[in-house]
Ligand binder design. Structure first.
Ligand SMILES: NC(=O)c1ccc[n+]([C@@H]2O[C@H](COP(=O)([O-])OP(=O)(O)OC[C@H]3O[C@@H](n4cnc5c(N)ncnc54)[C@H](O)[C@@H]3O)[C@@H](O)[C@H]2O)c1
Ligand SMILES: O=C(O)[C@H]1O[C@H](OP(=O)(O)OP(=O)(O)OC[C@H]2O[C@@H](n3ccc(=O)[nH]c3=O)[C@H](O)[C@@H]2O)[C@H](O)[C@@H](O)[C@@H]1O
Length: 389
């Protein structure tokens, strides 16, 4: 893209090119956001991460048209004095860096809390002290469990949206007890949200907080034993993709009864771009970003992924496509779960006029086509290797 001279914000004003310091730019969301910014805007990106595999295609100096507009800095924000300088160089900082896979929350609670709270502190401080705008990535997990989940199973109020729809400005944050270490992540994210909000209230920090609701798509996490550790446990999309690629049953934790709403990464990135380019409408707000129309139980997700994968790979499904496992067996001690996650869309609709578009079937079709194309050969090779005696 272009010099962007003809691009207007939602209020009809020309959008000025800006420099964005993106921390965690090498991850799943960061890679899609960098791609969008390079393809469709004139903005510059200072891309900070410890890894860059997922944005390599944007960094090749010979092949990319945007080599001048994206600069990678290999930085661990835990201990790197260059961070403040990079925040100062930018107009806007977006912080995506975090440990954010549930398998880590109960097994590495200290790393989880440090990553999601302590390591984010200097970023907030540098933005506040230098009068720089901040978009901070939180999570829908800050809502924890729904109010309705505490009612008896057959209670009629469980069907009342007031008892389950999650609203930024009114829903409480309901976590389990301290020994349920699953909540270490949600609690650290909640505290950093409160800190960002307080910096806004007391010191005038211009901020936006994003609460993603299960964004999924290509490049999410890793396939164990192929581009990540064999024993690693990624998020559900990658776990189920791995099972499908290896022709193993998909593992349903505690019966797969939990409910989630899944949104296509490309829809969600549209919302983030609107926040970036409409500061007056986005500053001071917390936004749910999800697709309330794409709700399924984890069991239904497994069934749909099995069907879609058969279609895109041309392979028939195995005889028993799913298997039940206990959460203790799968995640270990201290796991707990959110029962249901439906985002209320009132605030994002009112401020940014944004709506998600892609159905669950369609987003799974494009994502599983990508997974098959990217990994099927490598998995075949890995599984056909003779075992050393
Ligand atoms: N994907 C989702 O649906 C989802 C949902 C809720 C919240 N979020 C939040 O969005 C953010 C991004 O999520 P994602 O799915 O892209 O995760 P991801 O793990 O793919 O990306 C995070 C990136 O941050 C980097 N990072 C972590 N610690 C770092 C450090 N100390 N220094 C430098 N880089 C560091 C990692 O290397 C990784 O590339 C996270 O804050 C996460 O909590 C994501
Ligand atoms: O994506 C989000 O919005 C947030 O939710 C995720 O949490 P969760 O949805 O629980 O994580 P997944 O790993 O995607 O699991 C979804 C559900 O599938 C289940 N699951 C997972 C993997 C598996 O193989 N089988 C299985 O049944 C889990 O127990 C859980 O109920 C992560 O915490 C974060 O990335 C993020 O903050």
């Amino acid at each position: 893209m272009a010099n962007g001279a003809d691009r207007l914000d939602l209020d009809g004003r020309p959008i000025k090119p800006m420099t964005i310091c993106m921390i965690g730019a090498g991850g799943f969301i960061g890679s899609h956001l960098c791609e969008k910014l390079m393809n469709e805007t004139p903005h510059k990106v200072l891309a900070l991460d410890v890894y860059n595999d997922k944005i390599k295609h944007l960094l090749e100096p010979d092949t990319s048209r945007w080599a001048e507009r994206i600069q990678f800095h290999r930085i661990n924000i835990k201990h790197d004095s260059r961070l403040e300088g990079l925040v100062k160089m930018a107009d806007l900082t977006i912080n995506l860096a975090a440990i954010c896979t549930p398998a880590d929350y109960n097994t590495r609670p200290l790393d989880t809390i440090y990553s999601n709270f302590i390591d984010a502190l200097p970023v907030v401080k540098y933005c506040s002290e230098n009068n720089k705008r901040l978009i901070h990535f939180s999570t829908c997990e800050v809502y924890g469990k729904t109010i309705g989940s505490f009612l008896p199973k057959d209670h009629p109020l469980r069907q009342d949206p007031d008892f389950y729809v999650l609203k930024e400005d009114t829903s409480p944050c309901i976590f389990g007890s301290i020994e349920k270490q699953r909540w270490s992540y949600a609690c650290a994210k909640q505290l950093i949200e409160r800190l960002v909000y307080a910096e806004g209230a007391e010191n005038g920090l211009e901020f936006t907080i994003v609460r993603p609701f299960n964004w999924i798509g290509p490049r999410m996490d890793f396939i164990p034993g192929i581009d990540g550790p064999s024993e690693g446990v990624p998020r559900v999309l990658a776990c189920f993709s791995n099972n499908l690629l290896r022709r193993e049953p998909l593992k349903l934790v505690d019966g797969g009864e939990s409910q989630r709403t899944f949104i296509y990464i490309k829809d969600a990135i549209e919302a983030v771009l609107l926040m970036i380019e409409n500061p007056e409408r986005a500053n001071g707000h917390i936004f749910n970003v999800g697709n309330p129309n794409n709700e399924v139980t984890v069991r239904q997700l497994a069934e749909m992924m099995t069907e879609v994968y058969s279609k895109v790979s041309g392979e028939t499904a195995i005889e028993s496509p799913t298997i039940d496992v206990s959460s203790k067996e799968f995640y270990g001690e201290g796991y707990d779960d959110s029962d249901k996650r439906i985002p209320d869309m009132t605030i994002i609709n009112r401020q940014l006029g944004w709506n998600p578009k892609t159905s669950l079937w369609d987003l799974l079709e494009s994502t599983l086509t990508y997974q098959h194309r990217t990994y099927a050969e490598a998995v075949k090779k890995a599984t056909s290797k003779p075992v050393a005696s």
